[in-house]
Write a protein that binds this ligand. Structure first.
Ligand code: SAH
Ligand code: MG
Length: 224
């Protein structure tokens, strides 16, 4: 139709570049492909709505989700700050369900930082992804830049999740987007902390409204 009218429609791609997709899918982590694509689309929209503002990811692990978000940062020439202490969440520790012995360092501790760095290097995202190594609550408390997009995928304990909400939601600019991973409304589907300590407080605050969801990924936008 547009072609018949003599227009050339240019729609920017809302899909991850195939070579980056191959890298993302090869990285250890917990971001399903479809949800990574939904994250990419939400971040792309956020960067279009609020250009020039940085993005934050809370919980990078080995950098799997960071590839989707870093690609958006690169396309919009903004910085993605990737926040993680790289010591793993409770459920990543030895004896827990999501423990991976390959991530244990010579000192016997989980250390995902070398894996994260290698992912970002392979994906050629070093100029647009800044590692912020430390406790997400501490980093968030002293943060000063408003964000177009904040993706929270950190620890799933109640106190950790609540602390991430308190530390980061206020840094999302009005019109900006908060994305929350592992949100399960029903206890039979998964842990309740991201739902009860991040998603519900966000919408109940009256400042955030639902935009979309994909699997356990919830996208809300700051209106006030
Ligand atoms: N987004 C990743 C998965 C993140 S797993 C992916 O796509 O695969 C959760 C991460 O949160 C872990 O790497 C863990 O080290 C980090 N984390 C948990 N609690 C944290 C805290 N309080 N401060 C900083 N990082 C934390
Ligand atoms: Mg997750």
């Amino acid at each position: 139709m547009l072609a018949e009218l003599g227009w050339i429609a240019f729609v920017p791609p809302v899909m991850l570049d195939p070579s980056l997709r191959t890298i993302a899918l090869s990285v250890k982590g917990f971001m399903p492909e479809q949800e990574g694509d939904a994250l990419f689309e939400a971040a792309t929209n956020a960067c279009s709505l609020l250009p020039h503002l940085p993005m934050v990811e809370v919980g990078s692990y080995c950098g799997r989700s960071t590839v989707w978000l870093g690609a958006v940062a690169k396309a919009h020439d903004v910085v993605l700050y990737a926040v993680d202490h790289h010591g793993g969440s409770e459920e990543n520790q030895a004896g827990w369900e999501w423990h991976d012995p390959e991530l244990v360092n010579a000192a016997g501790r989980i250390d995902t930082l070398p894996f994260f760095r290698e992912t970002i290097r392979r994906a050629a995202l070093v100029d647009h992804v800044r590692e912020c190594v430390g406790d997400s609550h501490e980093i968030g408390r002293t943060w000063s830049q408003p964000l177009s997009f904040c993706f929270v995928d950190g620890g799933h304990g109640r106190n950790v999740a609540r602390g991430d909400y308190l530390a980061w939601a206020g840094h999302v600019a009005v019109g900006g987007t908060l994305a929350i991973h592992d949100v399960f409304e029903h206890p039979e589907d998964g842990g309740q902390a991201p739902y009860e300590e991040i998603y519900l407080p966000a919408v109940r605050s009256g400042r955030f409204v639902d935009v979309s969801h994909c699997g356990s990924l919830r996208i809300v936008r700051r209106m006030l």
